[in-house]
Design a protein around this ligand. Structure first.
Ligand code: UD1
Ligand code: MG
Length: 457
């Protein structure tokens, strides 16, 4: 990989950064305009991340953060764990952004800025009595989000360094979720679920599930991080799927912010969601430009965990965790479909990514080979899946199952549509994901009336 930026790249990044700095300086003249500032910060996040990935690639290789691109004829080594660069840029940016969303409140609470003419007793200033006007709970939410994300990044880098075992790393996100869950507990403490209309005669309108709600939120964090990590293995797919989810959430946020009459009760939480997502889109785009086929860097598990946690934090603190689940349906399907291999009912090789046929240059589904014969119920289930076209099973002359395609939707896609080039495969899967996501949002807002009495849009 070229470690230096080309002249065009340097000038473009410089121009973008200067424009963003200009916009930021401008927001300080007025009321802070946090949304505009957030967009400018996202532009900066993109430029910094793009340049740093280039500059740091070799340093990462020297420290052993490298991996072989398994789906290529010539398996050269390229830098891995570039997600760590993304995460660091992202975290710095959202930390520097903190004053903006609270600018107005800081001014009001400290009687500075627009309120300068308000006279204050010296005593009041010292005891900070006026600070009750400051929305500490909002700041706490924001800080807890940052803390949770920092936790996951640390744990993710640990995983990339030491290759933690699957059964242990599944729980990594639950630990990282604790700061956010505590703030949720103290601040909102809402543990009720709206019951779908058909079930109301039995359960009532609202069902309080108490502490189980916290289990649900911790599970959501575990699911969203790990499900992105196992829908992986071809160039660009980890980052691009995260970008699709992020863009769909942003679209949903915009529906609340710009389409519904202002002020909507959910305005603040959707603004909060945008503040967290826009810089994420910035750093992810920069990473995608280096990770798309043919990849020049790998993202590492750090990125997958980090991206999943951004969504979990966003969905939980933004109060749209159910909508988030709708957007994670393809990942959910991949998770359930993978279960036989994840729980070792069927042998699971270290890597399940597709296999390159060197003669055609196209990817084919990779297979799990069975040295020992499978037990009867499992063998019969696999054959049934084969008949349903949900798996490709190979049997020998006696009818014993000798191998089957690995249980991921990436391989299933190849079973359905035949061998194809790596980027076509990625594009196909992303198109599918976008379609499912849009349908999910449509169902969320249009059909919600069938199962709930009202849509909260
Ligand atoms: C998960 C998957 C594994 C898949 C791997 C690929 C499960 C249970 N685990 O494991 O099946 O093979 O992700 O990321 O589903 N690589 C490529 N091309 C790519 C991306 C990755 O060749 O586009 C290879 C590289 O050699 C890279 C390695 O995969 O070094 C990274 O694998 P890692 O993220 O450590 O695997 P897991 O997350 O443990
Ligand atoms: Mg991985």
């Amino acid at each position: 990989m070229a470690t230096r930026l080309s002249r065009t790249e340097s000038y473009s990044l410089l121009a973008l950064s200067l424009a963003c700095f200009g916009i930021l300086a401008n927001t300080l003249q007025g009321e802070g305009e946090p949304l505009i500032a957030s967009i400018a910060f996202s532009g900066l996040a993109f430029s910094f991340c793009y340049a740093l990935i280039r500059w740091l690639g070799n340093a990462f290789m020297h420290r052993g953060f490298k991996g072989k691109d398994l789906c290529k004829l010539k398996q050269t080594e390229i830098p891995e764990t570039m997600g760590a660069v993304c995460a660091m840029v992202y975290l710095s940016i959202i930390v520097v952004f903190i004053p903006w969303p609270f600018y107005k409140d800081i001014v009001a609470a400290t009687s500075g800025g627009g309120n300068r003419d308000v006279m204050k007793e010296i005593e009041q200033v010292e005891t900070g009595r006026l600070l009750h006007r400051f929305p500490h709970n909002k700041l706490a939410s924001y800080l807890s989000a940052i803390l949770s994300l920092q936790c996951i990044v640390l744990l993710g880098i640990g995983d990339d360094l030491f290759d933690i075992r699957w059964r242990h790393k599944v729980f990594i996100p639950a630990i990282a979720a604790i700061p956010m869950l505590i703030v949720y507990f103290v601040d909102f403490g809402v543990t009720q679920m709206v019951v779908p209309t058909p079930l109301r005669p039995y359960l009532g309108e609202l069902l309080d599930i108490g502490w189980l709600y916290y289990v649900y939120m911790a599970l959501l964090s575990i699911f969203s991080s790990n499900s992105i990590n196992i829908l992986a293995g071809i160039n660009g797919i980890e980052v691009a799927q995260s970008l699709v989810i992020a863009l769909l959430i942003v679209f949903n946020d915009c529906l609340y912010l710009f389409v519904t009459p202002y002020p909507h009760p959910a305005t603040d939480s959707h603004l909060f969601s945008l503040y967290l997502l826009l810089p994420f889109i910035g750093v992810s785009l920069a990473l995608l430009m280096h990770n798309w086929y043919p990849a020049k860097v790998f993202v590492g598990d750090t990125y997958c965990y980090f991206a999943g946690m951004v969504f979990a934090v966003d969905g939980i603190l933004g109060h749209f965790s159910k909508t988030l689940i709708l957007l994670l349906l393809p990942q959910g399907f991949n998770f359930i479909y993978s279960a036989p291999q994840l729980f070792h009912l069927v042998p699971c090789p270290r890597h399940r990514l597709p296999h390159l046929n060197p003669r055609t240059g196209l990817l084919e589904c990779s297979r799990a080979e069975f040295k020992k014969p499978l037990t009867r119920p499992i063998a019969e289930s696999l054959k049934l899946l084969h008949r349903l076209r949900m798996l490709d099973v190979e049997v020998d002359k006696e009818g014993t199952v000798v191998s089957c395609s690995n249980f991921t939707i990436i391989n299933l896609w190849l079973v359905w549509f035949g061998p194809m080039r790596e980027d076509q495969l990625a594009l196909g899967l992303l198109g599918f994901q976008t379609a499912v996501g849009l349908m999910g949002l449509f169902i969320r807002h249009r059909m919600a009336l069938l199962v709930f009495t009202q849509d909260n849009l």
